[in-house]
Design a protein around this ligand. Structure first.
Ligand code: E4P
Length: 224
């Protein structure tokens, strides 16, 4: 399973990269806003995406803000030209699906975002999206079930052998990661906070504290 970090914050990308578990990055306009606020200065979108691309070996999703076919195509081509590892993030709307298909014909990979139903995911795969991003947490937020959607997409794609990779997005907590992995999602994208939570277990901390304490006692009893 690939791990992507869901942020545009360079320090967070650096930290996850140092853990050696990072396969890629997903950004969106909201995450760009947060990154600019944290840096305390306006950011050049394309320059910032280039910086991110140079920090990670894998794919970096950069989202278009146009919602019409021509605008999505123009922005998509510009984003794809930044680096080879840019994946153009396109919303799951009619012009978006048309653009995903046209971009694929130009050899430009896309991440179809804002997916909330299996029919949307089926259209994205048929149009030629490289990734489909079902938003698990946002469905859970409205008392729906993100995991059911993920399971249905994976089953439908398996039935027909679609090569579109299933990218579990809008992940809120470690159990979203566990369940996505059990279902066989190709990728999970998550905030740094969730990546860090994946390693936490109280028995590890308790066990380590006891080892350290016993080691101190052992040293006092060492001869010489
Ligand atoms: C990633 O591709 C998505 O844009 C992101 O996971 C959405 O997460 P959110 O629902 O926490 O904003």
């Amino acid at each position: 399973m690939k791990f992507f970090i869901d942020t545009a914050d360079l320090a967070e990308i650096q930290e996850a990269g140092e853990m050696g578990v990072l396969d890629g990055v997903t950004t969106n306009p909201s995450l760009m806003k947060i990154a600019a606020e944290r840096e305390g200065k306006p950011l050049d979108f394309h320059e910032h995406i280039a910086k991110i691309c140079d920090m990670v070996p894998g794919d970096v999703s950069a989202e278009v803000t146009a919602v019409d076919f021509d605008g999505i195509m123009e922005q998509g081509r510009t984003l794809a030209a930044i680096r080879d590892n840019v994946v153009v993030k396109v919303p799951l709307i009619l012009d978006g699906i048309k653009a995903i298909n046209a971009l694929a014909q130009e050899g430009i990979r896309s991440n179809c975002t804002l997916c909330f139903s299996p029919t949307q995911a089926l259209l994205a795969a048929k149009a030629g999206a490289a990734y489909i991003s079902p938003f698990l947490g946002r469905l859970d937020d409205i008392s729906s079930d993100g995991m059911t959607l993920l399971q249905e997409i994976i089953e439908i794609y398996d039935n027909f052998g679609y090569t579109t990779e299933v990218l579990a997005a809008s992940i809120r907590h470690p159990m979203h990661v566990v369940q996505s992995a059990l279902l066989g999602a190709h990728v999970a994208t998550m905030p740094l906070g969730v990546i860090k939570k994946l390693l936490v277990h109280p028995l590890t901390d308790i066990g380590l504290a006891k080892f350290m304490n016993d080691w101190e006692t052992f040293k006092q009893h060492q001869s010489g």
